[in-house]
Design a protein around this ligand. Structure first.
Ligand code: NAD
Length: 435
């Protein structure tokens, strides 16, 4: 085991709002938000302790025969944070930055996210430390199948249901579904979501996260009395979430004045044609060379004057270092963990309305839930039914979080944590501690 794979070390402390051990450690950032909400809920010590610990962490070595005949051993992780409300749900990422701390934080976020939108899932996350861009399709398939076999004891439609995440996609989900089905000797479509539609995937799943961002942004604008038409928007990250959110909000009348990806960004106060940007990325793989607007860095993009900022790329992009310079009135967190805990207080002081990640990007897992329901029922919905059901859940969840935030005079993030933690805690109280 490498040193960075040691168990998360955040000590169990009672809440202290000014104590952030390490701004960039996602597990500590998540826990500091959890602590604040737990204090406001006056959570009893027993449940507080239970919810501060992941239920299960698997670390596994994955030997893979490379195309050149050599064997490489990769490290794979799967964390089930909490399954009190239902099967564990959460994506699998293939990335060099995967660590147990990060996967555990993401698994906890999945727990709170599923509870915020009140779908009957617990939270999980998985990852393999690898650089998929340097691997062939054959190597990726062997890696995926061996990782699946290594964690097969947790997988299953009633126990643990993965989905795509960073650098994994429909094809990877198809390999996981096939490997699992071969082991149990019958086809089990509901063991993963985000599959190709031809083999049990759901219509509307690909667009679901961006669509969810669009729905809650509209609600935030209405809440603040801001018009939809002409409202300016900047999107960081132009992948699945960012490009769909930008496209749908443009169709609703917003003016997209800035977009970016890992190669940098473009700002144009007159507005950017999102469909053209999507076509550019389809052809060239990145935004590089997209001619509409002035070239800016991702750092400059975040602090540009705008009504709505939608970070949809990475963790930890809004920090104590740049939060004071953010000019947006609304931040819709399409990405997981784009704002550090230390930055929250600065955004609060500035009066910025933040739609937190566990609410803003919950559209993806909500439609994953619809996919799981469709697979288990063997009956598939129209895209209209998927989108209508998603809209209903996102709107209800936004209203529930907003009401709680008004009731307790807390920001939307704390309210979202309070709502989700109270839902998970209620189930723990009802179920009791099995001895
Ligand atoms: P993606 O891979 O499709 O797109 C990521 C985008 O971010 C790309 O445009 C990439 O170029 C850009 N990017 C990468 N590094 C960057 C950098 N340093 N600066 C600026 N941009 C950079 O990924 P995605 O599925 O759109 O996911 C984006 C975020 O949303 C992640 O945090 C993910 O965990 C979160 N999320 C995704 C879903 C989903 O359903 N896809 C659901 C919930 C949350």
């Amino acid at each position: 085991m490498t040193p960075d794979l040691l168990l998360p070390t955040a000590p169990i402390v009672r809440p202290d709002k000014d104590r952030f051990l390490n701004e960039e450690n996602p597990f500590e950032g998540m826990m500091s938000r959890f602590d604040r909400a737990a204090e406001l809920l006056d959570l009893e010590p027993g449940i507080y302790k239970v919810l501060r610990h992941p239920e299960k962490q698997i670390i596994t070595s994955i030997p893979v025969m490379l195309d050149n005949g050599e064997v490489e051993v990769f490290t794979g992780i799967r964390v089930l944070y909490n399954t009190s409300r239902g099967p564990a749900k959460g994506g699998i990422r293939f990335d060099m930055n995967v660590s147990l701390d990060e996967v555990t934080a993401l698994a906890a976020w999945m727990t709170w996210k599923c509870a915020v939108v009140n779908i009957p899932f617990g939270g999980a996350k998985g990852g393999v430390i690898c650089d998929p861009l340097k691997m062939s399709v054959g190597e990726l398939e062997r890696l995926t199948r061996r990782y699946t076999a290594s964690i097969i004891q947790t997988l299953g439609p009633d126990s643990d249901v993965p989905a795509p995440d960073v650098n994994t996609n429909e094809r990877v989900m198809a390999w996981i579904m096939d490997t699992y089905s071969m082991h149990v000797r019958h086809t089990v479509t509901a063991v993963v979501t985000g599959k190709p539609v031809e083999m049990g995937g759901s219509l509307g799943r690909r667009e679901a996260t961006g669509r969810g961002c669009m729905i809650v942004t509209k609600q935030a604008l209405a809440h603040l009395g801001m018009p939809l038409k002409g409202t300016t928007l900047i999107v960081q990250g132009f992948g699945n979430v960012g490009s769909v959110a930008a496209q749908l909000l443009q169709r609703e009348g917003c003016k997209i004045i800035g977009i970016s990806d890992r190669t940098g960004g473009y700002v144009n106060p007159k507005g950017i044609d999102v469909d053209e940007a999507i076509a550019h990325v389809k052809q060239h793989k990145t935004l590089e060379g997209f001619a509409q607007g002035d070239r800016v860095t991702n750092e400059q993009l975040l602090t540009t004057d705008v009504d709505v900022l939608l970070p949809a790329a990475l963790e930890n992009v809004i920090t104590s270092k740049n939060a004071a310079q953010i000019k947006a009135k609304i931040i819709c967190e399409g990405a997981n963990g784009p704002t550090t805990a230390a930055a929250d207080a600065i955004l609060d002081e500035k009066g910025i309305f933040v739609i937190p990640d566990i609410l803003a990007n919950a559209g993806g897992v909500t439609v994953s839930y619809f996919e799981w329901v469709q697979d288990r029922g063997g009956y598939f919905w129209t895209e209209q039914r998927v989108n209508d059901s998603l809209t209903q859940i996102m709107e209800q969840s936004f209203d529930a979080v907003l009401n709680l935030s008004k009731q307790h005079k807390v920001n939307m993030r704390t309210a979202a944590y309070m709502l989700s933690i109270s839902r998970v805690a209620t189930v723990h109280r009802l179920r009791g501690i099995y001895a």
